[in-house]
Design a protein around this ligand. Structure first.
Ligand code: SF4
Ligand code: SF4
Length: 225
C-alpha cells in the first residue's frame, strides 16, 4: 500500500475512533534523553503519531473551584479512549507489517522527577498540533488546552508536521484562575512544584483520587466551541 493511502487509512481510523487531532513528529528532531524508553526502541521507531481527544466542555464548565468526581471520571474515560485508539492503531500498523508501540496516555513512571515513558506534549508540539501554553499544557488553536494526548511510536515513514509558530499572545485567562499561583507570564517560569502541591492538596481533601485539577484547562477553550 502507498504511503499516501496508509496515511489516509490511519487518519480515518483515528477519527472514527474519536481522535479530534492527528499529527506526526520525527523523534530525531526533539530531545528524547529524558524519555523512559530503551534507546534502541526509540532508534527503531523514530516516527511518533500523536493523537488528541477532546474533553467535554460541559464537564469542565460544571467544575466548582476544585476538581470533582464528574471530572475525574471523565478524565479517566478520555484516557481509556486514547489508549484504546492507540491500541487499535497499533493492531492496524502490525497488520500492515510495521512496528508499533503504544505509549500510555497517562502514566507517570517516576513520580519523584515527574517523568513518563515520553512527553506526549513535546511530541504534539513538534508535530504542529499546538504550542506550550502559560499553563504548561499543550494549547491547540482549535480546542485550547481542552484535549488529552496519546502517542504511538512506529517505523512507518510518515511525513512529519511542522511546529506552529504561535504562542499565547495577549491571552492571560489561566493566570488568575490558578489557585496555586503557578502560572506565570512566561511558560518556562511555570511553577511545577506549586502546581503539584495544589494537586496533592485537592487529593488530600478527598475531592478526587488522582492528581488532577482542571481549572486552567477550563480557562483555555481555544477558538472552536
Ligand atoms: S492544574 Fe490547577 S494548580 Fe496546576 S497550574 Fe493548572 S490551575 Fe494551577
Ligand atoms: S488560557 Fe490563554 S494564556 Fe493560558 S494557556 Fe490558554 S491561551 Fe495561554
Amino acid at each position: 500500500m502507498s504511503l499516501i493511502r496508509l496515511r489516509t487509512e490511519l487518519e480515518s481510523l483515528a477519527r472514527t475512533r474519536g481522535a479530534a487531532l492527528i499529527g506526526v513528529a520525527d523523534l530525531r528532531k526533539i530531545r528524547t534523553d529524558d524519555f523512559i524508553l530503551p534507546r534502541n526502541t526509540l532508534d527503531r521507531l523514530p516516527y511518533a503519531i500523536t493523537l488528541a481527544v477532546r474533553l467535554a466542555r460541559e464537564i469542565l464548565d460544571a467544575l466548582p473551584d476544585h476538581p470533582d468526581l464528574l471530572y475525574e471520571h471523565h478524565y479517566r474515560q478520555v484516557n481509556f479512549t486514547l489508549d484504546r485508539i492507540a491500541l487499535d492503531i497499533t493492531i492496524w500498523l502490525q497488520h500492515n507489517d510495521y512496528r508499533a508501540l503504544p505509549v500510555p496516555a497517562s502514566q507517570i513512571v517516576d513520580w519523584q522527577n515527574q517523568r513518563a515513558h515520553l512527553s506526549h506534549k513535546r511530541i504534539a508540539i513538534e508535530a504542529g498540533l499546538g504550542w506550550l501554553g502559560r499553563n504548561n499544557l499543550l494549547v491547540t488553536p482549535e480546542y485550547g488546552a481542552q484535549v488529552r494526548l496519546v502517542t504511538i511510536l512506529t517505523d512507518l515513514e510518515l511525513e512529519p508536521g511542522t511546529p506552529l509558530n504561535r504562542n499565547c499572545g495577549e491571552c492571560r485567562n489561566c493566570i488568575s484562575v490558578c489557585p496555586a499561583g503557578a502560572i506565570r507570564e512566561k511558560p518556562e517560569d511555570f511553577d511545577h512544584q506549586a502546581c503539584f502541591e495544589k494537586l496533592r492538596e485537592f487529593q488530600c481533601q478527598h475531592f478526587v483520587h488522582q492528581f488532577i485539577c482542571g481549572l486552567c484547562v477550563r480557562a483555555c477553550p481555544g477558538s472552536r466551541d
